[in-house]
Design a protein around this ligand. Structure first.
Ligand SMILES: Cc1ncc(C[n+]2csc(CCOP(=O)(O)OP(=O)(O)O)c2C)c(N)n1
Ligand SMILES: [Mg+2]
Length: 615
């Protein structure tokens, strides 16, 4: 066996360059790059190793570890999980800064390779700078925080351990069912330690996604359920996009006379203008999709985790006899709520299900209802997004302006605040991946960093980041990275002077406006933040606009710019789209001195009666 003597860090770098993927017949590096913020614990080991491979595997310097990991995660999501990135940090705060991002990847089932530095395996200099000392467990370090938010966690204390660890890491990162973040905590002395690695470990490997075919019995049972359905309805999740199953979904819907509601993760899996598309489903759903969901007797759930925003906290699907067919690569999801599981890749599963259903079609009365509901919803929705002269437009009116000036190839990126609900209802996604919403963790601060990752995944598409003032303040530093890297973003910043959506939720649950909008906070001076000046200081083009007309002009200018642009607009914190949507379970206090809370509690208890547990 021929070997090559490398440090553990050099072995990691070399191994990553050998991993490939095939997309549309083209062989590409599986890892699009490595995000790095160096410090104690990675600069000497990983830093030296990454420098050595910089021509095959570019290193990108982030400004915040959470932000750079968000960019990596967004890159993987925008690449349909077919490409990914790694992230390396120092030990201590650099590492724990990345824990929230690990949770984002974990919830959203997205691959990212996290390589935090770790304390000395030999423990000789302990306690080192930034070492968290446990009084009771000598094996614990700050990196143990990654365990619950990693699909696979390992700590490398010997150079040869990296061989099975990286092989296992690749299995997890590329497996459609297991997919999620992998954390390999790299002890800093081990990074620098040399070992005679077998050459074969660095052989080029092309990863192609595994397409799991359905089990025959499950397929027959699922087809049987659907054939008997009078009111079938499809819920499409992110799994449709990860499986490249958009065509299979559209063909399935057309052939069998079915209609589709989309989750946040699944939006753009069927074109907005496709006859079978009813738009968003769930708490932030369209009136049309929700009308069908409420009556449906068989819900065909494709590639969805069925989170509470999709199921209306399990109160949306009201038909007493309804069953769910769970078409999912992951058994965990396929069997939720007593679903008839169809464990399979979305594309293959839909194709085989279609074959099993033969010429079966949904009853005409049901499809006619779907068409009526759809027409009614789009009339209603237009009223919310039409142009306005209002001094303080609503989020929906801003969305209308962005939509009117956009192209079908554009990607809109968002994560938290009031915008996700409004975008889910109103955004008209015409092409796959044109809607990039991180709504598994809905992590404030994902937006700009995520937008950067989306742009890196496909520089040919214009990326429009929509972000609230709260999220912008929480994390904006990767805006500077976007300028530095020449990865242009258009950021639309909606300044409603506070946490608008949480203020609305607080009011809806009987609370007083408190600690959300800046005006309702403890303060000596009410902040008047000049976001345009802030963005300009980071190197972006920045402009503050008044009203929808100026916004549309600025958006057109931003399109032709070659640098990131931030457009700031003041918006109304109280307005939101009251049409469509569904109840969401937010626990209201059982006793309170406030009459408003007591009355909200009564409504809450009433709503809970529609919630179905388990069935
Ligand atoms: C990291 C993080 N902290 C807290 C929350 C809870 N949260 C969700 S939305 C929101 C307010 C967002 O404010 P902003 O970005 O201004 O959007 P707006 O609600 O005003 O539309 C908060 C605090 C979260 N989702 N993520
Ligand atoms: Mg706000």
């Amino acid at each position: 066996m021929s070997t090559i003597r490398l440090t553990m860090a050099q072995a990691v770098a070399r191994f990553l360059t050998a991993q490939k993927t095939e997309i549309d017949g083209q062989i590409l590096p599986l890892f699009g790059g490595v995000w790095a913020i160096f410090g104690h614990g990675n600069v000497a080991g990983m830093g030296e190793a990454l420098h050595g491979v910089r021509d095959q595997l570019p290193t990108y310097r982030g400004h915040n570890e959470q932000g750079m990991a968000h960019a990596a995660i967004a890159f993987a999501k925008a690449s349909r999980r077919r490409r990914m990135m790694a992230c390396t940090t120092s030990i201590g705060p650099g590492a724990t800064n990345m824990v929230t991002a690990a949770a984002v990847a974990h919830v959203n089932r997205l691959p990212v390779l996290l390589l935090p530095g770790d304390v000395f395996a030999n423990r000789k200099p302990d306690p080192v700078l930034q070492q968290v000392e446990s009084f009771s467990d000598g094996t614990v370090s700050a990196n143990d925080c990654f365990r619950p938010v990693s699909r696979y966690f390992d700590r490398i204390t010997r150079p040869e351990q990296i061989i099975p660890a990286l092989q296992r890491a690749m299995t997890v990162l590329t497996d459609p069912a297991e997919c999620g973040p992998v954390t390999l905590a790299l002890c800093q002395d081990t990074q620098a330690e040399a070992y005679d690695y077998p050459e074969s470990f660095f052989a080029e490997k092309i990863w192609t996604p595994r397409r799991i075919r359905p089990d025959e019995t499950e397929l027959a049972e699922a087809a049987d359920l659907i054939r008997k359905a009078k009111k079938p309805f499809i819920v499409a999740g992110g799994g449709v996009l990860y499986s490249n199953a958009e065509k299979a979904l559209a063909d399935f819907a057309e052939k069998h006379g079915l209609f589709v509601g989309e989750t946040q993760g699944g939006k753009s899996s069927i074109a907005h203008d496709h006859a079978a598309c009813l738009g968003a489903v769930g708490v932030t759903g369209t009136g049309a999709a929700n009308a069908l969901a409420e009556e449906a007797d068989v819900v065909i759930a494709v590639g969805t985790r069925l989170q509470d925003f999709t199921t209306g906290s399990w109160a949306l699907f009201k038909n007493p006899n309804r069953r769910i067919v769970g078409l999912n690569v992951q058994t965990f999801d396929a069997t939720k709520h007593n679903a008839a599981p169809l464990v399979a890749d979305a594309r293959v599963g839909l194709e085989e299900l279609s074959r099993a259903l033969g010429t079966w079609k949904a009853p005409e009365a049901w499809t006619a209802k779907a068409r009526d509901e759809k027409a009614r919803w789009f009339d209603t929705a237009a009223r919310y997004t039409d142009p306005t002269n209002a001094e303080l437009p609503s989020d929906a009116q801003v969305i209308g302006a962005v939509q009117r000036t956009s192209q079908p190839t554009d990607v809109v990126v968002c994560a938290a605040g009031g915008l996700p609900g409004e975008l889910h209802k109103h955004w008209k996604a015409l092409q796959p991946l044109g809607y990039h919403m991180e709504y598994g963790y809905s992590c404030m601060g994902y937006e700009i960093a995520g937008g950067l990752g989306v742009k890196m995944a496909d520089p040919s598409r214009e990326v429009i980041v929509m972000v609230g003032d709260g999220s912008y303040l929480m994390m904006n530093s990767e805006l500077a990275s976007s300028v530095m890297l020449g990865k242009k973003l258009t950021v639309v910043l909606l300044d409603n002077r506070g946490y608008g959506c949480i203020n609305r939720l607080q009011r809806a649950t009987g609370g007083e406006s408190f600690n959300n909008l800046l005006q309702h906070t403890n303060h000596v001076t009410l902040p008047d933040i000049d976001f345009a000046a802030h963005a300009a200081s980071l190197g972006a083009q920045a402009i503050k606009v008044k009203g929808i007309g100026e916004l549309e002009d600025a958006l057109k200018q931003a399109r032709s710019a070659d640098r990131s642009t931030v457009i700031v607009i003041d918006t109304d914190p109280l307005a939101s789209t009251d049409a469509g949507g569904h109840w969401w379970d937010v626990a209201v206090p059982e006793v309170s001195v406030r009459d408003q809370v007591n009355s909200a509690r009564k409504n809450y208890e009433n709503a809970l009666t529609a919630q179905r547990v388990g069935d």
